[in-house]
Design a protein around this ligand. Structure first.
Ligand SMILES: Nc1ncnc2c1ncn2[C@@H]1O[C@H](COP(=O)(O)OP(=O)(O)OP(=O)(O)O)[C@@H](O)[C@H]1O
Ligand SMILES: [Mg+2]
Length: 154
């Protein structure tokens, strides 16, 4: 596990960018943490690191559940399950078809997927400390996740 203290949204953005820089194949990332903890800020940096065009402004896909962005040969899929009622709804929008080597799947509010024991490669937790800085912990499970975490120099 790697733990980082982020004192600004810029630092959280840069962390996302550093992770994005190291990704070269499909991977699933869960982003946990309260409202305003910095999950979307991290995804903005991730997109930058992946080479997503500046013409896209990345916001939480709270109402449309999923946003997709082309990133070089890969596709960034940003999901926000905050308003999702059940896993069936996710199946209905074709979630299963996204899981392959060309999709980077990043999920805010992943609880519904955790409930069905969906296997994320990387879990990132965002917590506030007493000064409202963010304590960000990154953990990996499985080989692709561990490889990515090893490559991260923070
Ligand atoms: N260290 C920090 N890291 C990230 N964001 C920070 C930090 N300090 C302040 N902020 C601010 O906190 C807010 C984080 O918002 P963001 O949309 O990234 O959160 P979120 O976790 O995606 O929330 P939600 O669950 O509502 O989607 C932004 O306004 C950002 O500028
Ligand atoms: Mg968000």
């Amino acid at each position: 596990m790697k733990i980082i203290e982020s004192k600004s949204s810029k630092q959280t953005f840069e962390l996302g960018k550093a992770v994005g820089n190291k990704i070269c194949q499909g991977i699933c990332i869960a982003l946990k943490g309260e409202l305003g903890a910095g999950k979307t800020t991290f995804v903005q940096g991730l997109a930058k690191g992946l080479g997503v065009s500046e013409k896209y402004y990345i916001t939480s896909p709270t109402f449309n559940i999923i946003n997709e962005y082309p990133a070089k040969s890969l596709t960034l899929c940003h999901l926000d399950l905050y308003r999702l009622g059940s896993f069936d709804e996710l199946e209905y929008i074709g979630f299963d078809d996204l899981i392959d080597d060309s999709h980077i799947i990043v999920v805010e509010w992943p609880q519904l997927l955790n409930d069905i024991s969906f296997k994320f490669d990387i879990q990132i937790n965002f917590k506030f400390d007493a000064q409202y800085n963010r304590i960000i912990s990154i953990s990996a499970s499985g080989q692709p996740g561990s490889n990515l975490l090893c490559k991260l120099v923070l």
